[in-house]
Structures are given as structure tokens and as C-alpha cells.
Design a protein around this ligand. Sequence first.
Ligand SMILES: [Zn+2]
Length: 413
Amino acid sequence: MPLDPSRTVSELRELADLTGDANGAQRVAWTSTWAKAKDWLGTTLEGLPLAYEVDAAGNEWWTLRGDSDRAVLLGGHIDSVPNGGWLDGCLNVLAAVEVLRRLAEGGTPPLSVRLVNWADEEGARFGRSLFGSSAAAGSMADQDELRQLRDADGVALPDALREHGVELDRALEARSQLEGAVAYLELHIEQGPVLESLGLPLGAVLGTFGVERHRITWRGQAAHAGSTPMDQRRDALAGAAKLALELREIAARVGDGAVLTSGGVTCRPGIVTSVVETAEQLLDMRHLDAAKLASMWDQVRDACERFAAEERLEVEHERIWQIEPILFDETLIGFADEANREAAGTSHRLPSGPLHDAAEVARAGVPTVMLFVQSLRGLSHTKLEDTKPEHLELAVRALDALASKTLAWASSR
Ligand SMILES: [Zn+2]
């Protein structure tokens, strides 16, 4: 079967009709709609010479056996957020289905090629993202916390998983699936505005941003809004406000895609007649370069000291969460660029702000790369999520070219 990218677009529409409603996609993992989507996926692969298995974490694997057991992996996730879009996750899977069809037609490939549908990438029901891929990567270390998680209706996570044949205590057995993996390839919508603003359909992804999250607490003195002259105030909000604006300067100094966000400030006493005594400020910082991310934090801390002195405040900070940058494979990034150029005439290298299953696989030591296709208006996780059909078709062609290059490279090693 020759590659038919328009079939991928039709299949995406079919899946949207089957598992979405007026509010968007409803394929939340560990629900009956997710199970329906998986059944449908199984039927689209019927008739191909593939071996099927479900691993201990609920990930589905279809293997086109090659001359060698070493394998190139193509991945995605068919689960969505509630009221999600028609492309996030399932484009990856269905584009890989089309590549598998083309490869199966060509006889036995030099290496095995495996399609994986990761279980619960989004974490929409229980708040734990990358469930299946972190189990396969061996980085899942929070079983005790997972056991306690409940959904909005009070259903415990282990019970919901059991309904879909997955025992939480055995999930890490999925690790054996990455044995023999020589490369992992994933296509995804960008979910941001960069490619559209450059007028480019496709990008090669360099890796996923490292993230640092901190809570910064500014302390001043509550005082009457009428009787306290401006020059005698110790206004905690002034520290937070100065820092919120300083973040722009830090981002500009560090450059290379640095983003810093003051996502919330909670003021106390929080009444109209008082100067703010305490301002609790949330900070999220991201960069692809670990040294630059560290420098961003240094600059934030220096700014905090400076503004605390200027405003006669006390300031404290506390780290809430962090993850290191995860870099994709240089050779595969080169192939991704070539594949994009062959499909669309151009390519653009960019980092990913969001995390993806690919980050877990890369963390496990498997050479990894992702392709991004332009997202219209940068929107995702909403029914407004969209990409032009012609760009989706280019993306399928690019993934196919990337798979061919990767197979040729890996089989010569
Ligand atoms: Zn996704």
C-alpha cells in the first residue's frame, strides 16, 4: 500500500465523530470512551501482519517483525483531555498507522518497527500525566501516591485501572518493552504559536524544556489605606509587582526561548482598605539549557533581594517542583530536519514547552526525536484545536521519511 496521508485525515475525522461531542474530544484515559477509541484503533490495523500485545501498564504495542528484534518505535497517545481537540495525541498514532501500512507492504524490514499507543498521557482523570510511558521508561516512582489518587467521583486510581485490565503494582513490568529499542519517533501538533508565526508547517524538536517552579513569599506590614503616607509603607505587593515585570528583562537577557511566568499572586489581608502584608507569588521558569535555567533562577533571587531592600520587605522562596531539560538525539534531529525539508521544503528547530511521552523514552536512554506540525492560533486542549489538512498530510509524509531514514541508519549500526 503506498503512503496515503489523506487517509490519516479521514481517520482522524472518523475518530472525532466516534469519540467526541459538541464540546470536543472525550477520550479520557480509563473511561469507556477511551476503550471505544482503542477498539476502533485495533480495527484500523486489522489485516496488517502485526503482532499485538498490551503491556502491564496498559500500553498497546503492534509489532511489524523485521530481520532483527531490535526495533524502531513510533508512538502516540489516543487519550485526550475532556473537551479536547481532534489532533492531540491521536494524530501521532494515526500517522504512525499509515507509516506501518506502507512499511508492511514493502516486506520484512531490516529492523522491527513497533507502534505504541501510550496509556494515559494526559493524566486528565487522576492528575498523573505520562502514566504508561513513565512505567515503560522505569521512571515511575510514585506508586504510593498513585494508590491514594481519586477522581472527581471518588473512584480510586487502582480500581479504575483494574477495570481496564491494569494492576498498578505490576505496571513497572512494562519496562521490558524498551529492551532492544534503537530509536523512538513521535509526531505531535506544536500546541503553541511559533511555527504559525514563522509561516512554517513543520518543525524538528530539540527536546523538552526543563522546568523550575517556586513559591516566593513577600512580607511587609498591613497598614490603613487612608492614614499611611505612601513613603512610609512596606507593601508586599510592590515586591511581587516589581518581580513580575523584571521577569521580562531576565527572559530577554537569557534568551534562546527562555520563558518565565508569574502565574498567580495571593495577597493578604486582601481587603481594599489595607496595604498588602503578605504576597505569595508563584513562579514557573523554563529553558532547554540546564545552565541557562540555573542562571534564570540566580537572576530571580538577586532581583528578589534587590526589590526586598528597595521596598523594605522580607522575602523567602521555596521550590515546588522541577524537572531537568531533556534533549533529543542529535543524529535523529538531523534526520527530522531532512525529512521535513523533503516533505515541505523547509524545517525549523524548536524546543517543546510541554512535556511528552517522548521525554520519558529519551530519559530512559533511547535515542528520540519529535516532529511538530503547525497548530492554528497555537490552541490545544480545546475543541478549537486545529491544523490545516494539507499540513497534516505533510506531517504524515515527514514522519514516513523520518522512519525510513532512521531504519536505514539503525540497521547499519
Ligand atoms: Zn499529546
